[in-house]
Design a binder for this molecule. Structure first.
Ligand code: NA7
Length: 547
């Protein structure tokens, strides 16, 4: 950390201006009357939706529930056009929120936080940015997103490639011209599965490099049904309340029926109906045990494999696309539009890089380990993220007595509720590791965290607490609980980014909380009602700075 003196003091620094940062800032400023500085890496608001501008980028939550619920007027005045919100529309929505609540004045754009150090004597953080800012604050609140540090695999030769290449999460704002071009897409996660059908239509030729075949469910996307939207608006508060008390943050209850209790005919009928309904309904609405019981899961996995065989004309290509090495929904469930159909196009080829990995990127394309060369003009890396911890660990975060977050998390993230970490006083994380976060409809989880943190800060103020820290024991117990729940699920059976398995050398630890948004919310509420058990609270050793 530089030695220059701080130029500014605020009550709170908020890192990031996506859904989480915008609402956090609003809460701090409007409800708590605090001063806050938001730092944002991009030159606009939106977070994930600012960066992910690749063709086909869309949210897998239906639009009417992929939004803030804190303001009834906002709910009523905003009308989504897509059944699933597309990236430009979500970005427009977040810009609308920023303008409507006059949030931009609190945000410094084009600025990344590089370091945050806590001083035990003053009970203050000093935060530094890549723009030379140095600011002290009582609180640091991370609103950095769970999937915000992109991963480009370390394949030799990328520097020598003479064409264009892009990562889906850092897509050029002016777009990429695919017409007449030969394109390679590496990766078949959400970003690959969404972009591949669009790039196939726009380009001369597309080669997809697939490491792991995926289960993906059709979105059955379309425009919003206006009659449905009218009904939603008439009952919005109730719908949002239902989402908040559900397991995954959606306003419908998950099935309570076991896949093993019903006849084969009935099961197939249910799967077929939900396939036609589309999206997460297939996973959440079918059977209660497909995420928990391998035999139950096999019925869903086999149904999807059957669909792939049915959709894909060429049996050899279909065979390559069949996911067999992991159960359905053990990796992030994917939602697509015309994904498998795309492989019936004459201008699309599929290359299996599980068995023949890409060995080198040459000046003109890619070479796989079986000696095949693929000449391309554009390479799209849909290769994912150093999820949940990557963005934290890029910053030099030091807590009490100089404790480094990088050291603390060297064997995987450790938090209390995904909201706080022992020895990092007065630091809160919005949807941090150990919270439901990526296993839920994100705005629902974000709102819950922002509101819980705000209430806690208010409580601390009322009780004259300067310094609050998670207790080590509470954190240890929470981490054990997160692991115990994960062990009961299918999630442990895949090499997924939930487990850090996509990043070479990253500890294999299941990072989100799989116990459900409803259960988690109740636990957080109980903790608050008990006077915030699991936290130590103290006055600082020196009088705290005031504005
Ligand atoms: P994902 O879901 O992490 O997908 C990344 C894809 O890239 C996946 O198919 C990976 O294969 C593949 N990949 C990653 N590294 C490599 C290397 N080194 N070589 C070849 N292939 C590789 O990222 P997305 O951006 O699609 O989605 C991120 C989240 O955004 C998503 O889950 C939603 O929450 C929204 P693998 O499966 O690891 O074998």
């Amino acid at each position: 950390m530089s030695q220059s003196t701080a130029t500014k003091h605020v009550d709170a620094v908020v890192i990031g201006a996506g859904f989480a940062g915008l609402y956090m800032y609003k809460k701090l400023r409007d409800d708590l009357g605090m001063t806050a500085q938001v730092y944002e890496r991009g030159d606009g608001v939106g977070g994930t939706w600012y960066w992910n501008r690749y063709p086909g980028a869309r949210c897998d939550s239906e639009s009417y529930v992929y939004c803030f619920s804190f303001d009834e007027d906002l709910l009523q005045e905003w009308s989504w056009s897509g059944k699933y919100p597309e990236q430009p529309e979500i970005l427009e929505y977040l810009n609308h929120v920023a303008d409507r609540f006059d949030l931009r004045s609190g945000i410094q754009f084009n600025t990344s936080v590089t370091a945050a150090h806590f001083d035990d004597d003053s009970g203050m953080w000093t935060v530094e940015t890549d723009q030379g800012d140095r600011v002290t604050s009582k609180y640091v609140i991370t609103a950095i997103g769970c999937i915000s540090t992109g991963q480009i695999p370390n394949i030799p030769g990328l520097d020598s490639f003479e064409g264009e290449w892009h990562h889906t999460g850092a897509w050029p704002h002016e777009g990429v011209e695919f017409e007449g071009k030969r394109v390679a897409v590496i990766g078949t996660g959400s970003s690959g599965v969404q972009s591949i059908p669009v790039i196939a239509r726009e380009s001369e030729h597309l080669t997809v490099f697939q490491r792991t075949p995926q289960y993906t469910i059709p979105a059955q996307h379309g425009t919003v049904d206006q009659a449905f939207l009218k009904e939603v608006k008439a009952n919005y508060a109730e719908i949002m309340q239902q989402a908040k008390t559900s397991a995954a943050g959606f306003p419908y209850d998950a099935s309570e029926v076991s896949a093993l209790e019903v006849s084969d005919e009935e099961r197939l009928k249910t799967y077929e109906e939900l396939w036609q309904k589309g999206g997460f309904h297939f996973m959440l609405g079918s059977y209660s045990d497909i995420a928990l019981d391998r035999r139950a899961n096999d019925t869903a996995s086999e149904f999807i494999r059957g669909k792939i065989r049915e959709i894909v004309d060429d049996p050899e290509t279909a065979e390559k696309l069949l996911p067999r090495d992991h159960p359905f929904a053990s990796k992030r469930a994917l939602i697509d539009t015309n994904y498998f159909e795309t492989y019936n196009r004459d201008n699309v080829d599929l290359v299996d890089i599980r068995h023949f990995p890409i060995e080198e990127i040459t000046s003109t394309g890619l070479r796989t380990s079986d000696g095949q060369e693929y000449e391309v003009d554009v390479i799209v890396f849909a290769t994912g993220y150093d999820a949940m911890t990557g963005t934290f660990l890029k910053m030099d975060i030091r807590g009490s007595n100089g404790a480094q977050l990088r050291d603390k998390w060297s064997d995987g993230p450790r938090t209390y509720l995904g909201l706080a970490a022992a020895s990092f006083p007065n630091m809160f994380m919005i949807t941090g590791p150990g919270s439901p976060s990526v296993l839920s409809n994100m705005p629902v989880s974000i709102e819950q965290h922002v509101e819980w943190i705000s209430d806690f800060i208010e409580y601390l103020r009322e009780h004259d607490v300067d310094v609050v820290d998670a207790e080590q024991q509470a954190e240890d117990e929470w981490v054990d609980h997160v692991n115990e729940i994960a062990e009961q699920t299918m999630y442990m059976l895949a090499d997924s980014w939930y487990l850090g398995a996509n990043i070479p050398g990253k500890p294999r630890v299941f990072m989100p909380y799989a116990g459900g948004v409803n259960v988690y919310r109740e636990r957080c509420n109980e903790i608050a009602a008990e006077g915030y058990t699991g936290f130590t609270m103290s006055e600082s050793r020196e009088p705290a700075l005031t504005d």
